[in-house]
Design a protein around this ligand. Structure first.
Ligand SMILES: Cc1cc2nc3c(=O)[nH]c(=O)nc-3n(C[C@H](O)[C@H](O)[C@H](O)COP(=O)(O)O)c2cc1C
Length: 423
């Protein structure tokens, strides 16, 4: 890997993260291979994809591994309760500053921003990360769901743990279980999918702002870690600003704004509205993060400049290129005549191999691994589609199979570098 200091770090005056991590503890992995009973399984995936990728007992570091379900709810009191608005804002900034004011952040992604992927992104420049959305009710009720869907380790910080919810008491109970392991408990107020409409959570709570207010207040008054929210914008800017102010007043300590409306589901079709994000940033006093339209590191810089946000979230582009925040870019974002000089000496297959090693260390369901293989090697499969077909035909994945799949692509002569350029 080219170890040049990525330009953004110079720009932001932040030292690059060390390239190696040495996680010491695994949590929440005390069950044997088992089927997840509580989540919606992907209809197009073989049932074995619901299994953990390896026997956690074989992977646990000998040093302290604990089950989340053994963790007692936090005993710490109610820090936000008696604070005035002014003090709450000061406290929000003090916390953000204590975390190093991370600017480059892995967005929450169901089945995709799991521990090994977060650790890979952290190695390549991400300064904070969200877990996938967890369902607060299922999280409180089902130990298997907790153990399988939320894992973390000492190096996995700063960490936002995201829940969807529509009942303040249930949300608090879920949040109390994770607060010792994270830096924010986040409320998903942006999911626009049908499942969120049916479940009455995510962006569909935009139709019930008093309920949203009660969710935020409940956490802000009772948790020891701050509460953050991730929202979508309303079609009308004034509605968005009123909404954002309400969240701040209710005790939200950090707001991530996805600059698309609830109806703008297709991120490729609709550009996120950075002006709306900028208006929210200007109207609020707590830290604000921008989300949408980040395809490469120039977008990161432009987004920070244009929105004046305190950080950016990236989702889709990181799936294809987990090294985006370290300045690596896919071929789409480099002119043909520049390519020869800008080979970053790193490619998506290298990143996939690193990801697989992290999965051996931090077991996750195979369905997550399968999804990442398709995303990271999508361009490679387009050149050798029969290799993709072999992967799809494999109802039970193994690490051996996946490592050999990368070898096969390389033997077939496929290599698509990631590029690096100072801009
Ligand atoms: C696979 C996938 C899963 C996602 N899951 C979540 C989620 O669990 N919670 C959430 O708030 N947003 C979720 N999102 C939305 C992203 O966090 C992000 O808001 C959206 O993709 C826009 O960012 P982007 O333009 O960088 O992709 C998901 C997006 C993707 C692509």
């Amino acid at each position: 890997m080219n170890k040049r200091k990525p330009f953004l770090f110079s720009l932001l005056n932040i030292p690059p993260k060390p390239l190696f991590c040495n996680p010491f503890s695994l949590m929440a992995l005390n069950q044997t291979q088992t089927q997840t009973q509580t989540r919606t399984t992907h209809p197009d995936l073989p049932p074995n994809d619901e299994l953990l990728c390896s026997n956690p007992q074989q992977n646990q570091d000998e040093q302290s591994c604990s089950s989340l379900s053994d963790t007692p709810p936090s005993q710490i009191g109610c820090p936000g309760k008696y604070l005035s608005g002014e003090s709450r804002v000061e406290r929000a900034w003090a916390h953000w500053t204590k975390l190093g004011r991370p600017k480059l952040i892995v967005a929450p992604m169901v089945d995709n921003s799991e521990l090994p992927f977060r650790m890979l992104c952290r190695k390549y420049g991400a300064e904070a990360a969200y877990t996938p959305m967890l369902h607060s009710r299922i999280f409180t009720e089902n130990e298997k769901y907790r153990n399988q869907e939320f894992t973390t380790c000492k190096e996995d910080r700063p960490l936002f743990v995201q829940f969807c919810a529509n009942d303040p008491d249930v949300l608090l109970e879920a949040a109390r279980r994770v607060e010792p392991y994270c830096d924010y408990v986040d409320i998903n107020l942006g999911c626009p999918q049908r499942i969120a409409r049916r479940g009455n959570y995510g962006a569909f709570l935009m139709d019930n702002l008093p309920l949203v207010k009660s969710l935020v207040e409940k956490l802000a008054l009772n948790l020891s870690v701050p509460v953050s929210c991730k929202i979508r914008v309303f079609p009308n800017l004034q509605d968005t600003l009123k909404y954002a102010k309400m969240l701040e007043d209710a005790g939200c300590s950090l707001l991530a704004v996805h600059g698309r409306t609830r109806d703008e589901k297709d991120g490729k079709k609709f550009r996120a509205d950075w002006n709306a994000i900028k208006a929210v940033k200007n109207a609020l006093r707590i830290p604000v993060l921008a989300n949408g339209n980040i395809r490469h590191i120039d977008d990161v810089r432009n987004c920070l400049e244009e929105t004046e946000a305190d950080g950016v979230l990236s989702a889709e582009s990181l799936l294809e290129n987990p090294a985006l925040f370290a300045g690596f870019r896919t071929a789409d974002w480099v002119a043909d005549d520049e390519k020869e000089n800008l080979d970053g000496k790193l490619d998506q297959a290298d990143l996939l191999l690193e990801y697989l090693k992290l999965c051996e260390r931090y077991p996750v369901p195979w369905r997550m691994i399968r999804a990442h293989v398709h995303k990271m090697l999508g361009d490679w499969f387009r050149i050798q589609p029969h290799v993709r077909e072999d992967l799809n035909a494999q109802s039970r994945l193994t690490f051996e199979f996946l490592y050999s799949l990368v070898d096969r692509l390389r033997e077939l002569g496929v290599r698509i570098p990631l590029y690096q350029k100072d801009t």
